[in-house]
Design a protein around this ligand. Structure first.
Ligand code: AP5
Length: 212
């Protein structure tokens, strides 16, 4: 099964992708996580990527497309693409590259989430820089404050979870990513899901959709 998770920043795509991938034994391909790994390397490319991410802008297509294409080729068991595609050019690239590999995209889940939830979730999000686990100070706190349950590393707030950058990311989402909703609806594979639901409740909804 090959899936795309679409939705604004903070809609809960990464959180659901983890649960869905574990349940259905799929590979979680998060372009945000992959790009944060590139930034960690402190290479020239990493510096360039960081500049875009810190401003809440999309990283240039040629960089992202190369990363995604390697991940898809490595994939053996089906995937959830989380954060890709993010504009029409990336969607066309995905279409062509999946066709050339004889792979089809089964479903695109569109996380419909209210602006109040987005702000509340992003301002309280904490992430593990080592294993990428996602927490929330109120909704999903770790067992020990500030420490990752899975690997014991200190949790961090993402650099782009500052109010000003969140505003820019939302603007970019509306301008460049929202047209993808129509693009995939026309292909007949888009399903809207209510991103405001509690994590486990939403997972049950998604499970129902994927098993139907
Ligand atoms: P990326 O990392 O993909 O960020 P995003 O799309 O903005 O999405 P987020 O990770 O912010 O939110 P999410 O929907 O995954 O929510 P989460 O599950 O964490 O991209 C970052 C940057 O990388 C971009 O700005 C861009 O610069 C670059 N980039 C990435 N992909 C690119 C591409 N294809 N092209 C170009 N550039 C690209 O949840 C958020 C919080 O809410 C967490 O604290 C979580 O615990 C909590 N939560 C989640 N679900 C629930 C729930 N149901 N109920 C209560 N709390 C919840």
């Amino acid at each position: 099964m090959n899936l795309v998770f679409l939705g604004p920043p903070g809609a809960g795509k990464g959180t659901q992708a983890e649960v869905v991938c574990k349940h259905f034994d799929l590979k979680h391909i998060s372009t945000g996580d992959l790009l944060r790994e590139v930034v960690k390397n402190k290479s020239l490319m990493g510096e360039k990527v960081k500049e875009f991410m810190d401003k809440g802008l999309l990283v240039p297509d040629e960089i992202v497309v190369q990363i995604v294409s390697e991940e898809i080729k490595k994939n053996r068991k089906g995937f959830v693409l989380d954060g890709f595609p993010r504009n029409l050019a990336q969607a066309e690239f995905l279409n062509n590259s999946l066709s050339s590999l004889n792979i089809c995209l089964d479903r695109v889940l569109n996380f419909v989430t209210s602006p109040e939830k987005i702000i509340e979730r992003l301002s309280g999000r904490r992430i593990c820089p080592k294993c990428q686990a996602i927490y929330h100070i109120k909704n999903m706190p770790p067992l020990k404050e500030g420490i990752c349950d899975k690997c014991g590393s200190s949790l961090l707030q993402r650099d782009d979870d500052k109010e000003e950058t969140i505003r820019e990311r939302l603007k970019v989402y509306t301008q460049l990513s929202q047209p993808l909703i129509e693009y995939y609806r026309k292909k007949g594979i888009l399903v809207d899901v209510n991103g405001d639901l509690e994590v486990q409740v939403l997972f049950e909804v998604i499970k129902g959709i994927l098993q139907s």
